[in-house]
Ligand binder design. Structure first.
Ligand code: MBD
Ligand code: FE
Length: 281
C-alpha cells in the first residue's frame, strides 16, 4: 500500500535541503541532478514500500560493487552502456547522414598505452596454446578512402575469456596492441582466438543477474578503438559468428555489421604464407 510520503511538504523540503538547493554554493547542474535522483529514489521507496532491511541491503550491495570494482560491469549488464551508444547515435544522425562502421560499447576492460607497432603486430605472448588467429583490415574514411597512419587499438580475451591486467596470470599487455595503419590504411595482427567472457561467478554483478534470471555471458569478441587526426574516434567490436551467445550477449553489444565469420585455415602452405606476410609487413 502506498502512502505517498513524497508529496508531503516536509519531505519536499528535506529533498531540497539534501540536494543543497537552499544555498548558493556548489554546482547548479549537479545539484539539480542529485535533487531529481533523491526524489526518484524516495518515490521508488514509497511505491514499492521498500523496507529498511531492503534499503540497507542495497547500500551494502553498492559497497560490494565498488569493492570488487564491478560498477562498470553492472552498467554494461543492465544495458545502460548500450543505451548511451544508441542515444549518441541518434544525436549524431541528426547532425550528419554519414555512416561508417557502427559503434558499440567499450566495456570495462580497456587498458591504455598498449605497445604500438607499424602495420603488423603479434598480440599474444606465446604462453597460451590457443588457435592462431589472423586478423587484418583496412581503415577508410566514410567515402572509402584509405586512412594511413590511423591508430587501431585492439584488445581481447584469452582462451579462458580473461583479459590481461584483470587476470594477473597473464603478462602485462598480453592480447593488447596498437597498430598504426600503413600507406593503404591496412593493419594486420597475429593473435589467438578468444573465448567468450563470463562475469565473475562469485561477484556482485552475477549475483544481481541471478535475481533477474539472466546469465552473464558475452560471445567471443574483439574490441577496437580506431582513431586518426581529424577523424571522430570509433569505439567498436567484432563478435565472432558461431558463438552460442552471439545474439544473447548479456551486455547487448552485438550489432549487424559487427559480426565476423572466422575462416579456418588448415593448408600448411597458406599458414606459412600468413606467418611470412605478418613478419614482412
Ligand atoms: C567484456 O569483455 C566486455 O567486453 C564487456 C562489455 C563487459 C564485460 C566483459
Ligand atoms: Fe570484452
Amino acid at each position: 500500500m502506498s502512502h505517498s510520503f513524497i508529496q508531503q511538504d516536509d519531505v519536499q523540503k528535506l529533498l531540497r535541503e539534501g540536494a543543497g538547493l537552499n544555498g548558493p554554493e556548489g554546482n547548479e547542474r549537479f545539484k539539480s541532478i542529485i535533487h531529481r535522483l533523491l526524489g526518484d529514489i524516495c518515490t521508488l521507496i514509497d511505491d514499492y514500500n521498500v523496507t529498511q532491511e531492503e534499503f540497507w541491503h542495497a547500500v551494502n550491495y553498492l559497497h560490494e560493487l565498488g569493492g570488487r570494482q564491478e560498477a562498470a560491469l553492472l552498467a554494461a549488464g543492465l544495458g545502460l552502456e548500450h543505451f548511451l551508444d544508441l542515444r549518441q547515435e541518434a544525436i549524431e544522425s541528426r547532425l550528419s547522414s554519414e555512416t561508417g562502421t557502427p559503434r558499440t560499447i567499450e566495456g570495462p576492460l580497456y587498458v591504455a598505452n598498449a605497445p604500438l607497432a607499424d602495420g603488423y603486430a603479434r598480440m599474444d605472448d606465446g604462453k597460451d596454446a590457443g588457435d592462431v588467429m589472423w586478423l587484418h583490415g583496412q581503415v577508410t574514411d566514410v567515402h572509402g578512402q584509405p586512412v594511413a597512419g590511423a591508430i587501431v587499438d585492439i584488445w581481447h580475451a584469452n582462451t579462458l575469456g580473461n583479459y590481461s591486467f584483470f587476470d594477473q596470470s597473464q603478462s602485462d599487455y598480453n592480447l593488447r596492441r596498437r597498430i598504426r595503419t600503413d600507406a593503404e590504411g591496412r593493419y594486420s595482427v597475429r593473435s589467438i582466438l578468444p573465448s567468450g567472457y563470463g562475469c565473475p561467478p562469485d561477484g556482485p554483478t552475477q549475483k544481481l543477474l541471478d535475481q533477474l534470471g539472466r546469465h552473464g555471458n558475452r560471445p567471443a569478441h574483439i574490441h577496437f578503438f580506431v582513431s586518426a587526426p581529424g577523424f571522430k574516434h570509433l569505439t567498436s567490436q567484432i563478435n565472432l559468428n558461431g558463438d552460442q551467445y552471439l545474439w544473447d550477449d548479456f551486455a547487448f553489444a552485438t550489432r549487424d555489421g559487427l559480426i565476423a565469420d572466422p575462416v579456418k585455415v588448415n593448408d600448411p602452405a597458406l599458414i606459412q604464407q600468413r606467418d611470412l606476410d605478418g613478419e614482412h609487413t
